[in-house]
Design a protein around this ligand. Structure first.
Ligand code: PLP
Length: 394
């Protein structure tokens, strides 16, 4: 068994991962660790999950041959259309999987943390679907910045609780959600939104998102007669859409895995989220990974024009792909991403999320052969980013 798809019992990808949690949280995390694999591979679970992915989420999402983009970069580019999922991004694959798991664990309540509100909305959506009580912790500053998503969550029946400590952003919301979970261990499940957090979260979230690469394989076989592309590109905040797009190609060294993280205003500007360039090994949200920190280990406040990439760490699977050189990673500035987002809108008629635009911007930095098959994971749609695009100008 491979160390990627079958991480060890303690949840390590190479030297990254694990579960660094306060003792108070141990029973909750341990219950999950012992039961998640057995539950999610039961036939009944799989049937329900796949049926909802099909009829509720709208899967399989198309794999679209982008003719105009291909012509521009003189190669064969396919877009995996996660933007066409219900709620507009890949996040629903994971929240749906986790709420079904929570039901099997007899939990009645769901908590989540959210930064930009995208994960909060995806969580509130599945809670509405399943009739579960939903509490979303969100930094007070983010609540002010992300009003439409706050309204969506409330409309879906979720309770949004402001985190008022520290910088009043994502990391403070995460701390409050953890605290809530410690105090309510028996009836509550905590839905984490990316391949981060203590084991088994990174592995569990990667498995739910792996439906993306499972479909890419089938769709490529149908379209070009082979399952494997030469390249898979994805943007990386925590790394869940990338993990899902890479998952079934991890073992196949001929498929090159390319990640795009956010360089914000520039690597050395002091305002970026380029974790792999600037970060050092440390512990963040319960796992050992690479994160941006000061000399004395304080987490550095990240910056990116896209709220979804504005995260000071990276999932342990990607820290390992980086360290082992199995993956190749690019840091993309705000400006490069905005240009790539506008280009896709103009030449393909698809307005991407600004997160996704970071992956598209990598096309400018690489050279491909004419016959190379390049799959880009189009993680989300750009409706939510319209104000940012308008302010940037076009
Ligand atoms: C949240 C989000 C991301 C970043 O999260 P990952 O876990 O790195 O995938 C990327 N794209 C979109 C559209 C998002 O909403």
């Amino acid at each position: 068994m491979s160390i990627y798809t079958q991480i060890n019992q303690k949840g390590y990808y190479g030297s990254f991962g694990g579960a660094y949690i306060p003792e108070m949280l141990y029973p909750n995390v341990e219950e999950l660790r012992q039961k998640y694999l057995e539950i999610i591979y039961e036939k009944e679970f799989q049937d329900e999950f796949y049926q909802l992915l099909r009829d509720y989420v709208g899967r399989p999402t198309p794999l679209y041959f982008a003719q105009n983009l291909s012509q521009k970069y003189n190669t064969q580019i396919y877009l995996k259309r996660e933007d066409l999922n219900h709620t507009g991004a890949h996040k629903i694959n994971n929240t749906l999987g986790q709420i079904l798991l929570a039901k099997k664990l007899n939990k009645q309540k769901i908590i989540a943390e959210t930064g930009a509100g995208q994960h909060g909305v995806a969580t509130a959506t599945v809670c509405a679907l399943m009739g579960m009580e939903c509490i979303v912790y969100m930094g007070e500053v983010d609540i002010e910045r992300q009003k439409p998503n706050v309204a969506r969550m409330k409309m879906l029946g979720a309770k949004v609780i402001p985190a008022k400590s520290g910088s009043k952003t994502l990391k403070d919301a995460t701390n409050e959600a953890m605290r809530h979970w410690i105090n309510n261990p028996t009836d509550t499940h905590y839905i984490i939104g990316s391949v981060v957090g203590p084991h088994p979260y990174p592995d569990m979230v990667a498995r739910f998102q792996s439906v993306i690469s499972e479909e890419i394989k089938k769709q490529l076989l149908e379209k070009i007669g082979r399952e494997n592309p030469d390249y898979v590109l994805a943007c990386i905040g925590g790394g869940s859409n990338a993990a899902g797009a890479f998952y079934h190609f991890l073992e196949d060294k001929n498929v090159k895995l390319i990640g795009a993280e956010a360089a914000g205003l520039g690597i050395s500007s002091g305002k970026s989220a380029a974790t792999l360039v600037l970060g050092k090994i440390g512990i963040l949200h319960g796992s050992k990974t690479i994160l941006m920190q000061t000399k004395d280990g304080q987490v550095v406040e990240p910056h990116s024009i896209s709220a979804g990439l504005d995260y000071p760490g990276i999932g342990p699977i990607h820290a390992h792909l980086f360290e082992s050189k199995r993956g190749e990673f690019y840091a993309i500035t705000d400006d490069e991403a905005m240009k790539a987002g506008l280009l896709l809108s103009r030449i393909e008629g698809i307005i991407p999320a600004i997160e996704t635009a970071h992956a598209l911007a990598v096309l400018e930095k690489m050279t491909f052969k004419k016959e190379d098959v390049v799959v880009i994971n189009l993680s989300g749609r750009g409706d939510k980013d319209l104000d940012t695009y308008i302010n940037y100008g076009f």
